[in-house]
Ligand binder design. Structure first.
Ligand code: BG6
Length: 460
């Protein structure tokens, strides 16, 4: 059981808004395992992890957390935290082994069981349609996201999922972090499918992912229950002013729009910015007005994955922005990319709400990896993760106190899992997982988060 008892009384006045949605998140390939069971087809990750040298520790998601079989136990952990919501993703190749064609009822059944068990425990299911496990068959037949054929098929898959699950699932995220899977998967080859294509292709693939998002939004509207809410979950390129002065805040606002012009800005506004097209030059994506219309289908919320500051900016002489280099000595968690800049989670939603005029933002992911040590008595005192979370949550609370419309927060992750290129080397969980025995043990951060939820406040 989780150690510390939650404080007795909610804080008055300085907590999060009433009804704030507290959750945790995972994704299918990272936790499910059971990759060959009940008719699941192969995904690009099943193939990619077998290429020697691609995964740091040589592991795969074949077994991962065995969540496919242990989901009830895992839902009990979510309940123990007091979470009101759980963000999971559907493995497309479980539901459609080839991506299209005949659905696999056993695949869908798993998500039926998962959703029912969540609801039975008073936890709202928040479903992600795509968290990177593209059916291998679509990669083989169409070149995956290189082809708009995959976008159309994704729309059909989204329609099917909406039809069968939105009687119980009220919130749907379309694609998780297009910015990452496009660039890492097709640009620099460190994620599946592991390609290093020219920039023009990468830009076209990013455009296709935006199109896929738009088609999914339309599919959920057309096939989901009335009132189902839908939006993206994007790893926004996080820009913050280096110093809090009006001209630098203005510069950060321009930076946030321009650095996210290839995905978030186009889906929220229906156009590529002039600066984006000018910068891309001959590498700019080819598109039609009809596509831009689909891409910018109105969404109900904006899901933002915010971990680390990407760009601290200052105003440039020309009235634009200048990103500053980030010094080597900048504080980090135990991943190089995981810089600790808590005010990012204040500035980014605040500026995003202004730029894209949205009244509903969810932090669809935030969290940290650390060098978790299991002590001889079995306890894990992850004060580094607690420090990270406490500071980020305090800044998020500051945003909501100012009226920034952040309505919920999903902590990455419920439990340690298969962290893509790092394999099992990076641990982001509130629960430690022993991958030999599959035993889950709460870290001290689980108690911390439980207390945050119980008090509806970030704490001091
Ligand atoms: C996000 C992803 O980029 O960050 C998650 O949506 C991922 O799936 C998390 O697990 C941590 O990233 P990484 O690269 O350390 O595994």
């Amino acid at each position: 059981a989780v150690e510390a008892k939650p404080a007795a009384l909610p804080r008055n006045g300085n907590g999060f808004p009433a009804g704030f949605v507290w959750g945790t998140a995972t994704s299918s390939y990272q936790v499910e395992g059971a990759v060959k069971e009940d008719g699941r087809g192969a995904s690009i990750w099943d193939k990619f992890v077998r290429i020697p040298g691609k995964i740091e520790d040589g592991t795969t998601g074949d077994r991962a957390n065995e969540h496919y079989h242990r989901y009830k136990e895992d839902i009990a952990l979510i309940k123990e935290l007091g979470c009101k919501a759980y963000r999971f993703s559907v493995a497309w190749p479980r539901v459609f082994p080839d991506g299209d064609g005949k659905p696999n009822p056993k695949g869908l059944d798993f998500y039926n069981r998962l959703v029912d068990e969540l609801l039975k425990n008073g936890i709202e299911p928040w479903l992600t349609l795509y968290h990177w496990d593209l059916p291998q068959s679509l990669e083989d037949r169409f070149g995956g996201w290189r082809s708009t054929e995959t976008c159309k098929i994704f729309g059909d898959y989204a329609a099917y999922v909406a039809e069968h699950l939105t009687d119980r699932v009220k919130n749907v995220f379309t694609l998780n972090e297009s910015g990452r899977f496009v660039y890492f998967g097709y640009g620099i080859g460190i994620d599946a499918p592991g390609l290093t294509l020219p920039q023009a292709d990468v830009n076209q693939i990013r455009h296709n992912s935006a199109l896929a998002h738009g088609l999914a939004v339309q599919a959920v509207r057309a096939h989901g229950r009335r009132g189902t809410k839908v939006g993206p979950a994007e790893n926004i390129d996080a820009c913050a002013p280096a110093i809090d002065t009006p001209e630098n805040v203005r510069a950060a606002e321009i930076a946030l729009r321009e650095m996210n012009a290839g995905y978030l800005n186009v889906i929220m506004t229906g156009r590529y910015t002039d600066a984006f097209l000018k910068y891309a030059g001959p590498n700019a994506p080819k598109f039609t007005d009809a596509e831009l219309k689909i891409i910018s289908s109105p969404v109900d919320f904006l899901g933002l994955n915010i971990y680390a500051p990407q760009n601290y900016v200052v105003a440039s002489d020309q009235g634009g922005f200048m990103p500053l280099p980030i010094p080597k000595s900048f504080p980090r968690m135990n991943s190089d990319w995981l810089r600790v800049g808590p005010e990012t989670i204040y500035w980014v939603p605040k500026l995003a709400a202004k730029i894209w005029k949205t009244d509903a933002i969810y932090i669809s992911e935030n969290g940290a990896s650390g060098d978790d040590v299991v002590r001889p008595d079995g306890k894990i005192y992850d004060t580094d993760r607690i420090m990270y979370l406490r500071n980020y949550l305090a800044q998020l609370q500051r945003a909501t106190t100012e009226g920034v419309p952040v309505r919920g927060y999903f902590l990455w992750s419920l439990m340690d899992n298969f962290e893509w290129v790092y394999g099992l080397n990076k641990r982001f969980g509130l629960y430690h997982v022993n991958f030999d025995t599959q035993v889950r043990t709460p870290k001290l951060s689980a108690s911390f988060y439980r207390n945050v939820i119980a008090t509806n406040a970030a704490g001091a």
